[in-house]
Design a protein around this ligand. Structure first.
Ligand code: GTP
Ligand code: MG
Length: 198
């Protein structure tokens, strides 16, 4: 069994320099605002209120560290692509996130969350390109699969992969998840465990 035994909030950091010592393997959740990052963290850890969830986009604004089973960190990052955010705010986000992603030495893999219902969005495709250029390992996590029927889900994800193939020779590892049904939880944890070394 893969379930998590303990999960606790460590701290919220406004910059890389304030993050916990990089002494444990770390995995970061990122993606558009409202894609379901915080919800998935709660679902994975079986804790309803570990990460803050909101119907209003932009709930998560800092780099949030959660310690899992005293052996690795799960990080909830603020979402991007929030229309109502000012240029200054966007620039601040970019600076904080880029610094974190490029320089966080214990970062093993970025989990890029994508809403399984939506057409591929330029902002996500661009972000993947940036990760690729910077050689930052990432996987794609399709979220909210409970919101689509089986057939439509398959159609939507097939279409997403087709678009990805236009620019990627090799597609990144992908997961299908739902914070409501719990789909994909075990697979995600298994993936982390493998990287952590069993
Ligand atoms: P920011 O912190 O603003 O970047 O958002 P986030 O990506 O952390 O999203 P959050 O987890 O706060 O969820 C946004 C909304 O989507 C909330 O209303 C959630 O209840 C809903 N939601 C998240 N995951 C799922 C899911 O798997 N299924 C369904 N049906 N709803 C979900
Ligand atoms: Mg959030």
């Amino acid at each position: 069994m893969n379930s998590i035994k303990s999960a606790s909030f460590i701290k919220s950091s406004p910059a890389l320099s304030e993050c916990p010592e990089p002494e444990l393997p770390e995995y970061a959740f990122i993606g558009r605002s409202n894609v379901g990052k915080s919800s998935l963290i709660n679902s994975i850890t079986n804790r309803k209120k570990l990460a803050k969830v909101s119907v209003k986009p932009g709930k998560t604004q800092l780099i949030n560290h959660f310690l899992i089973d005293n052996s690795w960190y799960l990080v909830d990052l603020p979402g991007y692509g929030w229309a109502k955010v000012s240029k200054t705010e966007k620039a601040k986000w970019k600076l904080m996130i880029n610094e974190y992603l490029q320089l966080r030495e214990n970062l093993q893999c970025v989990f890029l969350l994508i809403d399984s219902r939506h057409e591929p969005q330029a902002i996500d495709l661009e972000f993947m390109r940036w990760l690729g250029l910077n050689e930052i390992p990432f996987v794609i996590v399709f979220t909210k699969t409970d919101k689509l029927g089986k057939v439509n889900l398959q159609k939507s994800l097939d279409h997403y992969r087709e678009v990805l193939r236009l620019e990627w020779d090799e597609l990144p590892v992908q997961f299908q998840t739902s914070s409501i049904s719990g789909e994909g939880k075990d697979q995600l944890l298994e993936y982390v465990r493998q990287i952590n070394g069993g």
